[in-house]
Design a protein around this ligand. Structure first.
Ligand code: GLN
Length: 264
């Protein structure tokens, strides 16, 4: 069910993030180790976002399997960034296989990926969208993930005007907003699988709801990934229903269930 990966640290070659390790994201596209219910390979396209000071989040996507795209070895290694967010896709049954359905979804400085599924999303998400003032007709593709991105983006845009918005640091606000959206979707669809990955070029936030997630924090870099890409001893498996927040030199892991949303 899709695999994704986020990097934050010193500048790296964007292509390297897709191919590093004997179990790289590219390898995970055809030989994933921890697919839970549904899907065996991730062959319905891929995407990668990186950041530039001028453009914010910039992205490349292809609805073909990642192993067929020569840009991964020939073009993407020439780009460098201090943050990278990438995903390989296994389309949920009934959802379109097209470029616009491939994560990352980007807007301004934001990049977003969803590993999972929201059962009955067409019925469930309009209520959540209404709560956050999101217009689901803006979704890039007719998928749960694209619709969820519209909701999360609306929530992130609105958060400053909410109670408590001004008194909290930006990082705290963003992770509360992410947690709140996850909680609202789970209220409507308790079986939803919601491994989300969000980046703004300077931070990463990830949730584990049903699917696998691991973190590698070494020296001055942090990687958050659906599956470890190598056998480095510092990979840390993240338990279910956690929210992981990464900023330079800081890794924070908290339970989605304990999170205090009361005044958000
Ligand atoms: N439901 C999403 C899609 O179809 C994500 C799929 C997945 O995680 N495999 O794009």
């Amino acid at each position: 069910m899709c695999r994704h990966l986020g990097y934050l640290g010193p500048p790296v070659a964007v292509g390297d993030v897709l191919t590093r390790g004997e179990h790289s994201l590219r390898t995970q596209s055809w030989a994933p180790r921890d697919m839970r219910r549904g899907g065996t390979i991730n062959a319905d396209g891929f995407g990668v976002a990186w950041w530039t000071p001028q453009e914010g989040a910039t992205r490349y996507r292809n609805p073909a399997p990642i192993w067929t795209d020569p840009a991964v070895d020939e073009v993407l290694p020439q780009l460098r960034s201090t943050s990278v967010l990438a995903a390989v896709r296994s389309a949920t049954v009934g959802m379109p296989v097209e470029r616009s359905a491939c994560a990352p979804f980007v807007d301004g400085r934001w990049a977003f990926s969803h590993n999972g599924v929201i059962p009955d999303w067409r019925r469930v998400l309009p209520a959540v969208a209404q709560e956050f003032g999101a217009d689901l007709t803006e979704a890039e593709s007719a998928t749960d993930s694209a619709a969820l991105w519209v909701i999360l983006h609306a929530a992130l845009s609105a958060e400053e005007s909410g109670p408590g918005g001004k008194v909290r640091s930006t990082g705290v606000r963003h992770r509360r907003t992410l947690a709140r959206v996850v909680r609202r979707v789970l209220d409507q669809a308790p079986d939803a699988r919601l491994n989300l990955l969000l980046g703004d070029g300077e931070n990463l936030w990830a949730t584990s709801v049903y699917h696998s997630l691991s973190v590698l924090a070494v020296d001055d870099s942090v990687v958050v990934a659906s599956e470890p890409y190598d056998d480095h001893p510092r990979w840390q498996p993240i338990p279910d229903r956690q929210l992981v927040s990464v900023s330079p030199r800081r890794l924070h892991i908290e339970s989605l269930d304990d999170h205090d949303f009361a005044d958000s």
